[in-house]
Design a protein around this ligand. Structure first.
Ligand code: FE2
Length: 293
């Protein structure tokens, strides 16, 4: 069995280290654990800061098994020569040895039974309740369960993501910006060295005007003096409010050691708009391709 990549260099684990953002020395990210549903304290944390992290949502060994499933999907898509799924473009990268891999896999839970089964975990019900009444996991809506594999190497297209709010997507899907909880599950370790999620805490409370204009969506990827780094291990789960400013930082390590494999779940409400093989590519992706993603 191919083991998931691990950062090989010594890890920068202490926020006292100057490599960490200042905010990490002030706001400690608690090691919450998720039971049937979020506790009042956990809801308070999420509502106040706009994010929360749950340690050991599933054991590391099971996360590694799920990572194998991701590699199986990847191998099948590469072999098939697919370039899109349900109208959503696939993003490919190339390793140093020239082999291709998929960096952004949409509708992942429809492509492997192990991932579909993972989404049946009863604790997702608790998360859905937190999102609000009437929410569901839209496995075949929008982009479905998306798996991102960020890697730092010359052949990678997806190395990082500039500052953005997920609300821009609502505008392009012709829906008004609303609360959107982004549930991230970590298949691999995400220490500071592999880059990863950086957020501006509390900006989910901002008015729509600054949501749209505070930074240039996706183009600006400079560290922000007030950003907070969210690190995680394989098996952890995070939730962040899509209205807050966030980015995915570039890894400081290279190649296999830089791989960061995380999935995002579509928590949807409102009318169901299912995607299918004949679905058209949303304009949003044309915009993203203009900025190189
Ligand atoms: Fe995002």
């Amino acid at each position: 069995m191919q083991m998931p990549p691990q950062a090989s260099s010594p890890r920068t684990t202490e926020p006292q280290d100057p490599a960490w953002p200042r905010a990490n020395r002030v706001i400690s990210v608690p090691d919450f654990e998720l039971d049937e549903r979020l506790t009042p304290e956990q809801v308070d944390f999420l509502e106040t800061y706009g994010f929360i992290r749950f340690k050991r949502f599933i054991p590391r060994a099971r996360a590694q098994e799920l990572y194998q499933s991701v590699l199986e999907i990847d191998a099948a898509l590469v072999q098939k020569g697919a370039d899109q799924l349900n109208g959503v473009p696939l993003i490919f990268g190339k390793r140093a040895d020239g082999t291709r891999y998929v960096q952004r896999i949409p509708f992942a839970s429809l492509q492997h039974p192990a991932l579909h089964e993972f989404l049946q975990d009863r604790r997702f019900r608790g998360i859905i309740e937190t999102a609000g009444p009437g929410y569901r996991i839209g496995e075949d809506e929008r982009d479905g369960m998306v798996i991102n594999r960020f890697r730092n190497e010359p052949g990678a297209k997806y190395k990082r993501l500039g500052w953005h709010t997920d609300s821009l997507r609502d505008v392009f899907y012709l829906e008004k910006p609303r609360r959107y909880l982004n549930v991230g599950f970590y298949f691999t370790d995400s220490p500071l060295e592999v880059g990863g999620l950086r957020v501006l805490p509390c900006t989910h409370h901002q008015p729509i005007s600054s949501m749209m204009t505070r930074k240039a969506h996706f183009l600006d990827d400079r560290p922000d003096p007030y950003e907070l780094a969210i690190v995680a291990e394989a098996g952890d789960l995070t939730i962040h409010d899509g209205r807050m400013w966030h980015r995915t930082a570039l890894a400081t390590v290279q190649g296999d050691a830089s791989e960061r494999c995380v999935s995002y779940l579509p928590l949807m409400d409102g009318p169901i708009k299912r995607k299918h093989e004949g679905s058209a590519t949303p304009f949003y992706f044309h915009l993203k391709s203009l900025v190189g993603y």
